[in-house]
Write a protein that binds this ligand. Structure first.
Ligand code: PBG
Length: 330
C-alpha cells in the first residue's frame, strides 16, 4: 500500500456495539403504519391464502389487536373493509353509507383507543361490483363524477372518527376536492395522506383477494388511472399537485420496486413521505420463507430498513405488529 496507513473500513464493523454506534438508519415501531382487514363476521380471524400469516379481523378482534398495536408504539393503523358482495353495486354506493363496515370499525377502534391514529382509504374498489376505484361510464373510469363520491366517502369516514384520509384512487383533483369537502363539513383537523405516486402494479393481487375486489375487475387492470411503472418524473408531478391541493403527507406505492421514487420525492419536496410495502411484496418474501428459501425474520427487517435508507419517514407494512413486537423484545 502507499505511504499512509490503510483505511480499514472493517474496524467499525468489528463489534456489535460499534456497528450499532455507526448505524445511519434505524427502525422503530413509530415508523410503521399497520394495514388491517376487517370483515363483517362472527369469526374473529380468517386466513387469507395469498397472504400467509395475515388475517381478516372481526370488529371485536380489530379493536383488540389495535390495542396491541398502540401498546407497541405503532402510531397509525389503516383499516380496509371486506365488503359483502351483496352490498356492492356499480356506483359503489355502500362507500357513502355512514354505517358501513369501515365506519363501524373506525368508531369501535376510536372509542376503545382514542390515542391511536386511524386511517381509511378513499377509493370505491371495495364497494363496486366491477372492482374499479371510480365510476364506470362506457367502460371508462370517469374522473370528475367520481370526485363527488370520493369527497362524500371522505366526509363519512371523518365523521366516524377517522384521523387520516388516504385517497388511493388516483383521480385528478381528488386531494383538493376532498380537502374542500372535509373543511366544509367541519373536519379541518382531519389529515390527508395522499397515495400520490401509485403505480399500476402486478403486486396488488393478494390485497384484491383479501378484500374480494379481484374476481370481477372489469378490463383486468387500472392503467387508465394508476401510473405507468416506466415513469419517474411523472411521480414528481403527481406529488407536486397533491401538495398544492393540500396533502399533509404523501406516499409512494408499491414500495421496494419504487425506492428510487421514494428517494426523489423525499429529496425534492421534503414532505412527510411514506411507502407502502404492498401485499405482493409481503407475499413474495413470505412465500419464499415458507419454502425454506429465505430467513423471514431477517429478510422482513432488511426490507423495512431499505425504506428508511431510501428516505421514507415510515412504511405501511402487513408485518408491522410482528416486527414492532420483535423490536420491543430485541
Ligand atoms: C385500493 C387499494 C389497493 C391497495 C391499497 N388500496 C388495491 C388497488 O389499487 O387495486 C393495494 C395494497 C396492497 O396490495 O397491499 N385502491
Amino acid at each position: 500500500m502507499g505511504k499512509f496507513p490503510v483505511t480499514r473500513m472493517r474496524r467499525n464493523r468489528r463489534d456489535d456495539w460499534n456497528r450499532r454506534l455507526v448505524a445511519e438508519n434505524g427502525l422503530a415501531p413509530a415508523d410503521f403504519i399497520w394495514p388491517v382487514f376487517v370483515h363483517d363476521s362472527d369469526e374473529s380471524h380468517s386466513d387469507i391464502p395469498s397472504l400467509p400469516g395475515i388475517q381478516r379481523h372481526s370488529i371485536g378482534a380489530l379493536v383488540e389487536d389495535a390495542g396491541t398495536a398502540k401498546e407497541l408504539g405503532i402510531p397509525l393503523i389503516a383499516v380496509f373493509p371486506v365488503t359483502d358482495p351483496a352490498l356492492k353495486d356499480a356506483e359503489g354506493s355502500e362507500a357513502v353509507n355512514p354505517d358501513n363496515l369501515v365506519c363501524r370499525a373506525v368508531r369501535a377502534v376510536k372509542d376503545a383507543h382514542p390515542d391511536l391514529g386511524v386511517m381509511c382509504d378513499v377509493a370505491l374498489d371495495p364497494f363496486t361490483d366491477h372492482g374499479h376505484d371510480g365510476l364506470l361510464r362506457d367502460g371508462y373510469v370517469v374522473n370528475d363524477e367520481t370526485l363527488d363520491v370520493l369527497a362524500q366517502q371522505a366526509v363519512v369516514q371523518a365523521a366516524a372518527g377517522c384521523d387520516v384520509i388516504a385517497p388511493s384512487d388516483m383521480m385528478d383533483g381528488r386531494v383538493g376536492a376532498i380537502r374542500t369537502a372535509l373543511d366544509d363539513a367541519g373536519h379541518d383537523a382531519v389529515r390527508i395522506l395522499a397515495y400520490s405516486a401509485k403505480y399500476a402494479s402486478a403486486l396488488y393481487g393478494p390485497f384484491r383477494d383479501a378484500v374480494g375486489s379481484a374476481p370481477n375487475l372489469a378490463g383486468g387492470d387500472k392503467k387508465t388511472y394508476q401510473m405507468d411503472p416506466a415513469n419517474s418524473d411523472e411521480a414528481l408531478r403527481e406529488v407536486a399537485l397533491d401538495i398544492s391541493e393540500g396533502a399533509d403527507m404523501v406516499m409512494v406505492k408499491p414500495g421496494l420496486f419504487y425506492l428510487d421514487i421514494v428517494r426523489r420525492v423525499k429529496d425534492e419536496f421534503g414532505m412527510p413521505t411514506f411507502a407502502y410495502q404492498v401485499s405482493g411484496e409481503y407475499a413474495m418474501m413470505k412465500g419464499a420463507a415458507l419454502n425454506g428459501w429465505l430467513d423471514w425474520d431477517r429478510v422482513i427487517v432488511e426490507s423495512l430498513m431499505a425504506f428508511k435508507r431510501a428516505g421514507a419517514d415510515g412504511v405501511l407494512t402487513y408485518a408491522a405488529l410482528e416486527v414492532a413486537k420483535r423490536l420491543k423484545t430485541g
